[in-house]
Design a protein around this ligand. Structure first.
Ligand code: S3P
Length: 164
């Protein structure tokens, strides 16, 4: 059986929806950002002290480790994981779900301080999404808009889609 992998832009709800979805499916939940933080400290600190390219290397290792997990899990990736060809290749054999939202929703509920690419320039969210959108779409089996509905309900809709 395949992993369910959640991809999509920063602050689109990948972690919270992933946690609910994993509970509904009775699977382990793995969050690659959390794996990196547990091993190397806060993401802002990694960006500030080691730079984005080191973060991307740590991210590739975390994604590879998560996908290697033998029991099918729900895995949520950081928004930028899709820019790595290695990560994209690992997604090819998994069920990939794109979680989409919009800038207005992100600004109203996200913790931008924890996101080095947004903390000084929240509007960068749109520009970054524009660059990555073709990669997200090419990798995804299905897309869910996470803007309006409660996280629990969205997780339920995704679980229904998976059982279709
Ligand atoms: C990033 C997204 C973040 C985190 C890092 C970089 C990105 O994860 O990996 O700040 O480049 O889009 P979220 O998608 O959970 O915000």
């Amino acid at each position: 059986m395949k992993h369910v992998v959640l991809i999509g832009p920063m602050a689109s709800g990948k972690s919270s929806i992933g946690r609910h979805l994993a509970a509904l499916l009775g699977r382990e939940f793995i969050d690659t950002d959390s794996m990196i933080v547990a091993k190397h400290g806060p993401i802002t600190q990694i960006f500030d002290q080691l730079g984005e390219s080191t973060f991307r290397q740590l991210e590739e290792s975390a994604v590879a480790e998560a996908i290697r997990e033998t029991k099918p899990a729900v895995i949520s990736l950081g928004g930028g994981a899709i820019i790595s060809p290695r990560n994209r290749a690992l997604l090819e054999n998994q069920t990939v779900i794109l979680l989409m939202t919009d800038l207005e929703t992100v600004l109203s509920r996200a913790n931008l301080e924890k996101r080095p690419l947004l903390r000084d320039d929240p509007e960068a969210w749109n520009r970054i999404l524009e660059e990555r959108m073709p990669l997200y779409q090419a990798a995804a089996d299905v897309t869910f808009d996470t803007g309006k509905l409660p996280r629990e309900l969205l997780a339920q809709r995704i679980a229904d889609w998976l059982r279709r």
